[in-house]
Design a protein around this ligand. Structure first.
Ligand code: ATP
Length: 595
């Protein structure tokens, strides 16, 4: 099997580090007071770090030389005061930046989630849930680490470095230029390693997403795993993924381990230059010993940011890799959106028409699910779609709700092209009840209320009653406040189905789409559901997708689909009399009844 490609598969330009910082600042802009405080701290920290070598120089060259005993107390006190101030400023800047980091994280994560909510269903078909989850959780956290800790360090270091380099120029420009000659090597090394470290970090983040995807899939499918006794198999697959993550992490560590000694070596070369030429200048009498000592102290201060930077580089590259993954999502625009001049769909009559619709999931030619397809759903009527598996029934429902966009042709609702009205006004008027019932972890009441957040308690109870759900709900100790567990695991299939009908009833849509709604129920539950459904279908335009022909005998119109084409249509009675495909399907399901 071909190795699975990581990532979302979207084509996007790689994000630059510059763009990453720009976006961080965009999010941090409103925190300008906190940023200004942090900046002030940075300047003060740099200035204070500057003072200590000056005191050293003054002590060696002046105090010792001139035996100024009275000055010793002030020098000692000055250094201690500088140390206390440095400690306080570092505390202040770190806590301020950590708070900014958390706020940026909060905004970024919410933006990302809001954006994900807007993306097309097709995007979710292409991408793995666990991978997307990892982008919202892990990748955003990595960015937060950069903002909270490393960015502060980076600013301090850049400022200190520049200030000290300028000052060193004043002390002795020749020595400083010689020293700075080592910098191109450092920059080159940093660039080479930076690129590699970032690529490796990208692998770390992607393999972490893979782990998260596997977790998401297997933990939600734990019943299936157990029924196939596939625990060992899944553990093995999990360990393959964690191993990939481990290997990627080891690779990053190796790169870091090689990078830091190289930078250290270049730093030592700088020290050698200063020591040798400084000593030479001192011996020639053109430089004092105090100046060399101060120069070396500044050199250490200059090298500190460089050493830090080699560590910060990791955070930056890791953040850049994570940021790339975030941007991939943010740069993906939904294709199915409201037109700028989209109208509100007026209260629906329910006259749905497919006009020569061609559609394929890939958007390309050759694999059309529907081609030149025409269909009419009359207002207030029940239209049923039957046909073999994969014939395109669910696709038709997806197109009415505009989950996917038609390739050619159009779909109209009461004469309005679905592309010309707002998505909200269209989808608000359509209720969908499917075989894969999606319930959220929460109480029964909350799940029913999903149909209409503004419904009163009485309306929720009325919907539950109409869906024949009230009885079982009230038999629970906590009634409507009963928790249903993740995806409703604490409920039976029939109970879940009735909850989903109650939810649709509360929404009170003009149109109902019923997709295989009674496929997996026993006879008794089905009876109950049938009555609940009858309530749901009353006075609405309905599209019923059914495999079991028993459920649609009362439908006003039945369309039999084969390979995306309508093979025949009519009522149950007329289709049976015709003796075509419908009658064949019916014979298969009810051999005795029809014989
Ligand atoms: N999200 C998707 N991406 C790509 N192809 C899809 C997708 N959903 C469905 N298809 C393909 O489109 C065709 C029609 O699928 P559809 O789900 O509409 O059939 P159906 O008649 O509802 O089948 P069933 O009765 O088994 O649910 C099938 O060949 C299927 O493989």
């Amino acid at each position: 099997m071909a190795a699975r490609k990581f990532g979302t598969g979207e084509k996007v330009k790689p994000a630059s580090i510059y763009a990453m910082f720009l976006r961080i600042f965009e999010h941090a802009r409103t925190e300008w007071k906190a940023l200004a405080t942090a900046l002030a701290c940075i300047i003060l920290i740099s200035l204070l770090e500057f003072v200590v070598p000056q005191l050293t120089k003054y002590t060696i060259d002046t105090v010792i030389d001139q035996k100024l005993f009275s000055q010793l107390f002030y020098i000692g006190a000055g250094i201690i005061l500088a140390a206390i101030s440095l400690g306080f400023l570092r505390y202040l800047s770190t806590s301020v930046m950590a708070a900014i980091g958390q706020k940026v994280l909060y905004r970024l994560r919410n933006d990302l989630y809001r954006h994900l909510q807007k993306l097309d269903i097709a995007y979710y078909d292409r991408n793995r849930t666990g991978d997307l989850m990892s982008r919202v959780t892990n990748d955003v956290s990595v960015l937060q680490q950069l903002i909270s800790s490393s960015m502060m360090q980076l600013f301090t270091d850049v400022f200190t470095f520049t200030a000290i380099a300028i000052y060193m120029m004043f002390i002795d420009w020749k020595l400083t230029v010689m020293l700075l000659a080592t910098f191109p090597f450092m920059i080159m090394t940093t660039r080479v390693f930076g690129k590699r470290i970032r690529t490796s970090f990208r692998k770390v983040q992607e393999s972490l997403a893979d782990v998260s995807d596997h977790l998401q899939n297997t933990l939600t499918g734990i019943r299936m795993i157990k029924s196939f006794t596939a625990e060992d198999y899944e553990s093995e697959r999990f360990s393959e993924r964690t191993q990939r993550n481990m290997d990627a992490n080891v690779q990053v560590t190796r790169l870091r381990a090689a990078y830091e000694p190289i930078i250290d070596f270049i730093n030592f070369v700088g020290l050698a230059i200063v020591l040798v030429f400084g000593a030479w200048l001192a011996m020639k009498g053109s430089m004092t010993v105090g100046t060399i000592v101060a120069f070396i102290a500044y050199l250490r201060l200059l090298q500190n940011p460089i050493r830090h930077f080699s560590r910060i580089l990791n955070s930056i590259q890791q953040a850049a890799a994570a940021y790339e993954r975030i941007v991939e999502v943010m740069n993906t625009q939904p294709e199915i959106t409201d037109k700028p001049d989209a109208a509100q769909l007026p209260p629906m009559e329910g006259h749905i028409q497919f006009h020569d619709v061609t559609f394929s999931y890939s958007g390309g030619r050759g694999d059309e699910v529907l081609s030149g397809f025409n269909l009419e759903l009359k207002p207030g009527q029940v239209t049923a779609l039957v046909g073999s598996s994969g014939s395109g029934k669910t696709t038709i429902a997806h197109l009415i709700t505009r989950f996917y966009e038609v390739g050619e042709g159009s779909i109209t609702v009461d004469g309005f092209d679905v592309r010309d009205v707002t998505l909200d006004s269209l989808r608000e008027q359509i209720g969908i009840v499917t075989q894969d019932i999606v319930l959220f972890n929460g109480t029964i009441g909350e799940n029913i209320r999903y149909g209409n957040q503004n419904a009163t308690d009485e309306e929720v109870v009325a919907a539950a009653k109409a869906a024949h759900a009230a009885e079982f709900i009230e038999s629970f100790k906590d009634g409507y406040d009963t928790g249903i567990g993740e995806r409703g695991v604490k409920l039976s299939g029939g109970q879940k189905q009735r909850l989903s009908i109650a939810r649709a009833l509360l929404k009170n849509p003009k149109m109902i789409i019923l997709d295989e709604a009674t496929a997996s129920l026993d006879t008794e539950s089905e009876q109950m559901i049938q009555t609940a459904l009858a309530e749901l279908l009353k006075e609405r335009t309905c599209l019923v997708i059914a495999h079991r022909l028993s459920t649609i005998q009362q439908a006003d119109a039945i369309y039999v689909l084969e390979n995306g084409r309508i093979e025949e249509h009519g009522t149950h009675v007329s289709l049976l009399a015709k003796g075509g495909r419908y009658s064949e399907l019916y014979d298969m399901q009810f051999p005795v009844a029809h014989a």
